[in-house]
Design a protein around this ligand. Sequence first.
Ligand code: BGC
Length: 531
Amino acid sequence: MALEAQTKSIVAQFDYTDEDVNKGVKEFLRQMGEGLEKDGTSMSQIPTYVTAVPNGTEKGLYMAVDLGGTNFRVCSIQLNGDTTFNLTYTKVAIPKELMVAKTAQQLFAFLAKQIELFLRTHHEEHFEAHVRRRLTVSSPDGYMDENVFRLGFTFSFPVQQSGINKGTLIRWTKGFDIPDAIGKDVCALLQIEIDRLHLPVRVAALVNDTVGTLMARSYTSPGKTGAVLGAIFGTGTNGAYIEKLENLKKPLTGEYDKSTGDMVINTEWGSFDNQLNVLPNTSWDIQLDKSSVNPGIQMYEKRVSGMFLGEILRLALLDLLKDPKVSFFKDENSSSNDWKSTTNIAEDSSIYTEWGIDTAIMSVAAADNTPELSVLRQELESTLHIHSPAHDDAEAFKAIAGAVARRAARLAAVAIAAVVLQTGQLSASNDEPVDIGVDGSLVEHYPYFREMIYEALRIIDGVGEEGAKRIRIGVAKDGSGVGAALIALVAAGMEKSTTTADYFSELRSHAHAQSTSLTAVLEDNDEVTTD
Ligand code: BGC
């Protein structure tokens, strides 16, 4: 009984009421507006220099790489021009030590190496043709090597963009921490390592994964109006949307096409309400923030995204375990355990280790509707080394995990609704759906995550039942890869007036400003960079 009562009280602390949701939306809109006016606000509202979304007719072969969480992905994408594409990709886990490497060069060298492996496996012909061309062309000026892949670089961290393939890192998130990289142009860092390996690849576009998702969604499901928002609910969370240029009050430094009157904005909503004006704040949220690598930052992300939900759950469970009045994952004797055994938590159980619960187990808990919760109980045994958990233990686990996830989904609805309201699309006098592309492990794998978002959308002022019906949230799988390819395509168009030689000399002077040792590397690679 004590367990049931204590579980209820924990679950109640994760309640995020309809009133809270509406307050959240108002504050979200206010902070969005603030970010459009000036720099240095909690939501960065970063202009991306992307001014239009695709319509599905784009064609060509491009490369994309994606650094943004637990894995690094390299892919090549054939855009077929009929809203379809073919994607070839490899994925490798990022070694933990590189996430906190001493120098940025160590991380970027690893990334370039993966690009080389990918090209050798899937596009050997490009290497050969490129090398042949290099050996036969005598005059480098004005020469564009058609065998050089244009690469879209999806880099899913807050970056101050100053052009379509230029941007300096503002801060790391999601457990990465390499101070040496802050303030540097991440495209130049990657190009330098690519050149070191003599690869026929040019970093043509810098893309946040949310922008990629928005592009990919518009390519694959073009309606009359295209998608308005691309959002990620995965290891981290963020959204990019289409904003009217006239609402963007802070100064823009780079070149861009003004004809559409729009620009895609990377909100960096992971840092919404770092000041905690409206975000819920339980004792477990406070503990988690304290032990994170970036206390006080990404406060919304820490309540919503996959990297953190497992840890919030773990901290809440630990309180239950420590409570002397409650018998949780322990039995008086075998008669109080429905499997007629006694529960043991192995000493090495990762329930005792910081970040030891993977959010994936929350999906298992939510999906298990068997009367005995046998799937979840097996999972508790295999992943957390909790032997013979009783039915009531598993029920408590499921209830708390469900409450953490439900709060996350309702917070996700706050961001989605605020962006939709900001774009004014719901008041447009047509019946077109307001299209949103989403990607990430939570929307993909957590059962009913989208349903919980819709449930909250329906009670939001200005959205309501009718509005929620018009909002179409669809998964844009692999969005960041395809989207990056699409932006590389736009960038390749913009290159036409610039020769390869111009590009590299510009890149070189940029790199020089960053570090003299990096320039030395470029000098070494002269034969590649000026061919
Ligand atoms: C980063 C964003 C990114 C999001 C989703 C956040 O931690 O700051 O740039 O879009 O994660 O990957």
